[in-house]
Design a protein around this ligand. Structure first.
Ligand SMILES: *Cc1c(COP(=O)(O)O)cnc(C)c1O
Length: 401
């Protein structure tokens, strides 16, 4: 299988033929169908939705709400279960602020992990402080993985929320989430899933997972920046209060009372992210046509090849050799990850270095940060060659032969 035939759809790759773009866990590049969809909205409409009483606004509203339908289908959700946000961070915060602040009580327990992105666990750290609830961490195994057994060891009848990542953005491990969700539901807890690294790279079905909430960002799945999604089960969204108020979410407003629109609109304040939603729907369509199963398989193949090459080089510490996805975290022995990254940049290899907004796991790994290479379907074996050359040059540069 060679998915790199899709490279031609990406203007950034066409314009920079030397570039090995391996920072896909931070952001994916944008293909023409997405750029064209955004462009089309601005060129042909460029008017607001939900408000106008004229044809152009009706049509723009249709386009915008069809986008919601397309995105719902992408994860097998219903239309009303898709709340548009600015990104995964805002989605995760919305759950903590609305559900957490309103339904947690003193003594309740929230379970999270050291594999979380800051946007997943920090909102719950805050909520637990305010509500005097207890934040517990699933002990990771020797590889840094979440296991079902370890989850059971912290799960109690007081557990009310499990805030957990589906795929770690540093380690690339897939959490055994189905079993965890089942066990959480058995004690009456809800599960809020950080899907930022999962939804772009593998087939995700919220009905099959039975998760209560799922958050993800558009920009990591070839969509525009500034758009994200919160999926929530309708019954939960219905009972949660809005956390932002004002235009578009209001129903009746009087001096003595105010009411709100139904789910999902009550969570969407102000003029919506219209172009973002339309662009994201185009991205979902595009990825579906390539096939999410093909994408995960291909990325894993690339990652495995890269790891095999990496292991031949002396002085490299790989942190996540067994990861099931396209993420490699490593360090050159005794070289600061940022210093290493600058050598890669000189080689036209884009990678990320640092703590990746996940300081709990870099601390767990006993390092200040890692160098991270992350693949997507448009990467090639040629990119791996450039990457490996970058590693060798860095080792030479820092005199680590
Ligand atoms: C990127 C990322 C986030 C945050 O996404 P934003 O688009 O920056 O809001 C959250 N969790 C994980 C696992 C991520 O990779």
């Amino acid at each position: 299988m060679d998915l790199s035939i899709y490279r031609k759809d990406f203007p950034v790759l066409n314009d920079n033929s030397e570039l090995a773009y391996l920072d896909n866990a931070a952001m994916a590049l944008k293909p023409y169908p997405v750029i064209d969809a955004v462009d089309n909205y601005y060129k042909k409409y460029g008017v607001n939705v939900h408000r106008g009483v004229y044809k152009l606004s009706y049509e723009a509203t249709d386009l915008y709400e069809q986008a919601r339908e397309e995105i719902a289908k992408f994860i097998n959700a219903s239309f009303e279960e898709i709340v548009f946000t600015r990104g995964a961070s805002q989605s995760l915060n919305l759950v903590a602020s609305s559900y957490g602040l309103n339904f947690l009580n003193e003594g309740d327990e929230v379970i999270t992990t050291e594999l979380e992105h800051h946007s997943s666990h920090m909102p719950w750290f805050n909520v637990c402080n305010i509500k005097k609830a207890k934040l517990k961490y699933i002990p990771l195994n020797e590889e840094g993985r979440i296991t079902v057994e370890a989850f059971k060891s912290v799960l109690t009848k007081n557990t009310k929320v499990v805030a957990i990542t589906y795929v770690s953005n540093v380690m690339g491990y897939i959490t055994p989430i189905k079993e965890i969700i089942k066990l959480a539901h058995e004690v009456g807890a809800i599960v809020t899933l950080d899907g930022a690294q999962a939804v772009p790279h593998m087939s995700v079905d919220v009905k099959e997972l039975d998760c209560d909430f799922l958050s993800f960002s558009g920009h990591k799945l070839c969509g525009p920046t500034g758009i994200g999604v919160l999926y929530g089960k309708k019954a939960l969204l219905d009972k949660m209060p809005p956390i932002e108020f004002g235009g578009d979410m209001a129903d009746t407003v009087r001096k003595d009372m105010q009411t709100y629109k139904a789910t999902p609109y009550k969570f969407e304040t102000g003029t919506p992210i219209i172009a973002g939603a339309i662009g994201l729907a185009a991205a979902c369509k595009y990825l579906k046509q390539i096939g999410l199963d093909n994408i995960s398989k291909y990325e894993y193949e690339l990652k495995t090849k890269a790891i095999n090459e990496l292991k031949k080089i002396k002085g490299i510490k790989i942190y996540n050799e067994t990861a099931e996805t396209g993420i490699i975290s490593f360090n050159l022995e005794d070289v600061h990850p940022h210093d290493a990254a600058s050598v890669f940049d000189n080689n036209n290899v884009c990678i990320r270095a640092g703590h990746h907004c996940a300081q709990l796991i870099t601390t767990w790994l006993n390092t200040i940060g890692t160098v991270r290479a992350s693949f997507y379907f448009y990467n090639t074996e040629e990119d791996i060659k450039k990457f490996i050359k970058g590693v060798k040059d860095a080792i030479e540069f820092f005199g680590k032969f």
